[in-house]
Design a protein around this ligand. Structure first.
Ligand SMILES: [Mn+2]
Length: 288
């Protein structure tokens, strides 16, 4: 029945203590941010007083934010549903944005690509958050239906490009306070997680490079003259460009692999580690 918003103060205090412990671990690891996602909410209409639940959230978060070290940021991660199936306390970017503004200048919104309703215009949310200096960062992944946590760019690479198109636009215009944190939040159960992470990192490099290829001047004049076709064609031209050779050469120049997965497989890293680290049969999986 919840964590930071639980009706029982003792449970809320336990959840707060957990976050404070995370901050202490983060200090030892050299972290610069704390991301807070809660699954709190309700499964049935009437189960939860939605106003009181958000009041309890803000009360709990004030304690956590007060413990955030100087130079750190706190990220609020919203999610539409699951595990709560009727209402989630921090369900959308609106609630996340409101809470961030209530909690302080060092509190920002985190965008997980799988946490929105289908058909939501995620790149527009990114644009809004940048404009009002509340974009904390991303949990990149991909999805077909919901919070599927599939590899970044595996289902809808154009979505990733459109997000990076906003990021490059913000960078080039020198948007104030623009410093997003980039993270991958994926769940791999039919692939080698290390290989999936490599493919996802490459997908992000590709989307970023394609966004850099956008003819910004041409896009601006097409937008200003309401030439919808030419504006869209400017973006389409960028995604149709073959940026693979440039990305591969850039990786090679920086001492990386042209084909990371091929090199990883060739190295037999997984087989070596599997023998050095035997399977833990007591391991459990939960919500990831
Ligand atoms: Mn996430």
């Amino acid at each position: 029945f919840g964590s930071l918003t639980h009706t029982d103060k003792a449970v809320r205090e336990q959840a707060i203590a957990h976050n404070l412990e995370c901050i202490e671990i983060g200090k030892q690891l050299g972290s610069r941010a704390l991301t807070v996602w809660i699954g709190d909410g309700s499964n049935f209409p009437g189960q939860l007083n939605m106003t009181k639940a958000l009041e309890r959230y803000l009360e709990s978060m004030r304690v956590i934010v007060a413990a955030i070290p100087d130079g750190w940021r706190a990220f609020i991660e919203h999610k539409l549903y699951e595990p709560a199936l009727y209402s989630t306390v921090i369900a959308d970017w609106g609630t996340s944005f409101i809470c961030a503004t209530q909690l302080g200048a060092n509190v920002q919104c985190l965008v997980d690509l799988g946490h929105h309703a289908p058909t939501t215009n995620i790149e527009q949310i990114v644009s809004r958050l940048i404009q009002f200096q509340r974009l904390g960062g991303f949990h990149f992944n991909d999805s077909k239906y919901g919070d599927d946590d599939l590899d970044t760019g595996s289902v809808n690479p154009f979505q990733i490009f459109l997000v990076f198109n906003e990021l490059v636009d913000a960078e080039l215009r020198g948007a104030p306070g623009f410093a997003p944190a980039y993270m991958l939040d994926q769940s791999h159960n039919v692939t080698d997680p290390v290989e999936s992470l490599m493919e996802s990192a490459v997908a992000l490099q590709r989307a970023y490079t394609q966004a850099l290829m956008v003819d910004r001047g041409g896009l601006n004049s097409a937008q200003d003259s309401n030439d919808a076709l030419m504006a869209n064609r400017t973006l389409q031209n960028a995604v149709r460009m073959d940026v693979e050779p440039a990305i591969k050469m850039a990786r090679k120049r920086n001492g990386g692999a042209i084909d990371p997965v091929a090199v990883f497989r060739e190295s037999r890293y997984r087989q070596c580690k599997a023998s050095a680290r035997p399977q833990d049969l007591t391991g459990k999986s939960g919500i990831v």
